[in-house]
Design a protein around this ligand. Structure first.
Ligand SMILES: Cc1ncc(COP(=O)(O)O)c(C=O)c1O
Length: 386
């Protein structure tokens, strides 16, 4: 049976080229990049080439890139590192209620340490008004943290607008962008964004899991989370994951080279929506279709519990998600949909479909037929129960 993996916001399959690069480096460039002999120099060369390429993809300098274990660590390092380095200047941080738990739970920890957090709520369509961020700014605000794209609804947040505004009105306030769901898919030039820090994770763009990078603008102080040798300028000590980093650079290159992918995905998303409509499937879109990315769609099939539908779809080879992968095992509803003020019925029946360019060549009609079949069968059961 042909499988449809429609859960690319949770993670992606590694590309063939990234797997090959991982294997090549793991096998042949196994030296410690800090070693002084030839094996170390070879490994350091791989790191330098990867750092150089990756920095160029966001308009940064090589020394502004710190390799990490992915998005969770990048967000923790940026938020805790900057907050603690500048705690004497101020203790107020602004973010939004729709951030990933890697930001929200980190902010909770900072609260325990005496920082004050303002979380700006979204509108009912998942969008965040720049005016509300501006209103929340205080003289003691040291940091604003915002995701570029929401991982559950695909809403695009106004990062460039906020970054530019902060640069001209509050230059002492740092700006962190969680770019985990947007890297390689939209323009993320850090100067244009006005970003002082930006988090990237490789497994969201067909790279390996457990590797990513954090951009930190030159001059921004960031206290390390762990202590050890002086690797990564002492900001993130520990022997670097050379093979993972090299594979991440290859995956990034492929993703960026495939830029018309966004056009293909736009047509794909439209075809999914019109295909469901044509089949007479009852659904509601969660979030605005306008200000959202073409590779994430959050929809509710009224009265069908999302978990039940997820497993029904799984049985016919279609893989989707209920909210974010990290929270989907818990019973409580998505904090994002809740913050948007959606009804209980809508929240309990919400499914996230997320694609990559790997999906755009798929037999879409076949996937939609399977969805229609599952939704129709489950609705009949639900109606019988009512
Ligand atoms: C917006 C966002 N930030 C951070 C993360 C965490 O990234 P990682 O899985 O690399 O730790 C995710 C993962 O889903 C995410 O979607």
């Amino acid at each position: 049976m042909k499988e449809f993996y429609w859960d690319n916001s949770a993670t992606t399959a590694m590309s063939r080229a990234a797997i090959d690069e991982y294997g090549r480096v793991a096998e042949t460039v196994f030296g410690n990049p800090s070693s002084l002999h030839r094996k170390g120099v070879e490994a350091e060369k791989v790191l330098r080439a990867s750092r150089s390429f990756l920095s160029s993809t966001i308009g940064a300098k090589e020394k502004e890139i710190t390799f990490t274990s992915g998005g969770t660590e990048g967000n923790n390092l940026a938020l805790r590192g900057i907050a603690r380095a500048y705690g004497k200047r101020g203790r107020h941080i602004i973010s939004t209620a729709v951030e990933h738990p890697a930001v929200l739970n980190t902010l909770d920890q900072l609260k325990v340490l005496g920082y004050e957090i303002t979380l700006v709520p979204p509108n009912a369509d998942g969008s965040v008004e720049p005016g509300r961020i501006r209103e929340a700014l205080r003289a003691d605000t040291i940091l604003v943290s915002m995701m570029a794209v929401n991982n559950e609804t695909g809403s695009i947040l106004p990062c460039a607008e906020i970054g530019a505004w902060l640069k001209s009105n509050a230059s002492e306030t740092f700006f962190h962008v969680d770019a985990v769901q947007s890297y390689g898919k939209m323009d993320l030039d850090v100067r244009r964004l006005g970003a002082d820090a930006l988090t990237v994770s490789a497994h969201k763009f067909h790279g390996p899991k457990g590797v990513g990078f954090l951009y930190l603008r030159e001059g921004v102080r960031c206290q390390p989370l762990v202590f050890g040798g002086g690797q990564e300028q002492g900001i993130r000590p520990g022997t670097e994951n050379t093979a993972g980093i090299a594979a991440m650079a290859v995956a990034a290159q492929i993703t960026l080279d495939a830029r018309p992918a966004m056009e293909r995905l736009k047509l794909f998303k439209e075809a999914v929506l019109s295909g469901l409509e044509k089949r007479g499937v009852e659904f509601e879109v969660n979030g605005a279709l306008g200000d959202s990315v073409p590779y994430i769609l959050n929809i509710s099939f009224p009265y069908i519990r999302s978990e039940v539908l997820l497993h029904s779809l799984e049985s016919v080879g279609v893989y989707v998600s209920t909210g974010s992968a990290c929270s989907s095992k818990k019973k409580n509803y998505s904090h994002v949909l809740r913050a948007m003020g959606l009804s209980e019925i809508r929240m309990e029946s919400a499914i996230r479909l997320s694609w990559s360019d790997y999906n755009t060549g798929e037999a879409l009609e076949e996937a939609l037929d399977r969805i229609e079949k599952c939704v129709t069968e489950l609705s009949k059961i639900m109606k019988r129960r009512k």
